[in-house]
Design a binder for this molecule. Structure first.
Ligand SMILES: [Zn+2]
Length: 251
């Protein structure tokens, strides 16, 4: 028997009453658990195995399959259901994690990032756009795609007022060096946005949610962080498309 703590990223019904759930755990990456009788009224697992439930799961290995014995809810994130955009963002985070977290990795940092982001998303005390940027950039750093944000790669200047960031290569040039070297695939950025990116990827975890940005800089950061993630993961996400269609009022 094994006991893990984790959050449900996806539910898949099987037959009349059973389901599979994908759970992001602290120690074992993402595992798939088979839940018997989950869809019966008063089924034994109830709310603790629903989408975005953070629970303590107790399971057995039977052949190739991991079968849930019992689950105890730790936090259910009910508040996400009060905002369609918040719920959609949570779905996007789950889709990204299911794509990029493999089994048997130490996923403690990634789980902590998700739980904290969902906490702020649920209580509504931070802008959803900013939470999305923090999640995207910190996740990419945690899984091995940390951008080089220290200084201009050519001249080493630390705080250029204006700079040019190569999203694919993950470094930047100050305006002067960019004028002489040039190049394709750079996006222009101003210092407040660079400072925000630095904070997100370098600060101690306890502090990463503690900063503010102007609306304009927040928009620029959002553009950069999403492009950075989709460029390095080399794909788009259905939930992200849906999020944008919600924002633009097409739905
Ligand atoms: Zn320079």
């Amino acid at each position: 028997m094994t006991i893990v703590e984790g959050i449900v990223l996806k539910e898949r019904p099987v037959g009349e009453q059973d389901k599979f759930i994908d759970v992001l755990t602290r120690e074992k990456g993402i595992i798939e658990l088979s839940v018997r009788g989950a869809r019966k009224i008063n089924g034994k697992s109830g709310s603790s195995t629903q989408l975005f439930a953070y629970s303590r799961f107790c399971y057995d290995k039977r052949g190739e399959r991991l079968c849930l014995n019992s689950a105890e809810p730790l936090h259910i994130f009910y508040g996400l259901r009060n905002s369609l955009t918040a719920l959609t963002l949570a779905g996007y985070f789950a889709e990204v994690l299911r794509f990029c977290v493999s089994e048997r990795v130490d996923s403690g940092n990634v789980l902590r990032l998700l739980l904290n982001t969902l906490h702020f998303l649920e209580n509504g005390k931070r802008s959803e756009q900013l939470l999305k940027s923090i999640f995207e950039l910190r996740l990419m750093s945690d899984i091995g795609f940390m951008p080089d944000v220290l200084a201009c790669r050519e001249c080493g200047v630390f705080e250029p007022e204006k700079l040019h960031f190569s999203v694919r290569e993950g470094y930047f040039l100050c305006d002067d060096c960019f004028d002489s070297a040039g190049g394709e695939g750079f996006i222009t950025m101003e210092l407040p946005v660079l400072s925000a990116v630095r904070h997100i990827v370098l600060a101690d975890f306890e502090r990463i949610f503690n900063f503010r940005l102007s609306e304009k800089s927040g928009d620029e950061l959002a553009f950069f962080s999403e492009l950075y993630l989709t460029t390095h993961l080399e794909r788009n996400f259905k939930t992200l498309d849906f999020y944008h269609s919600l924002l633009s009022g097409q739905i």
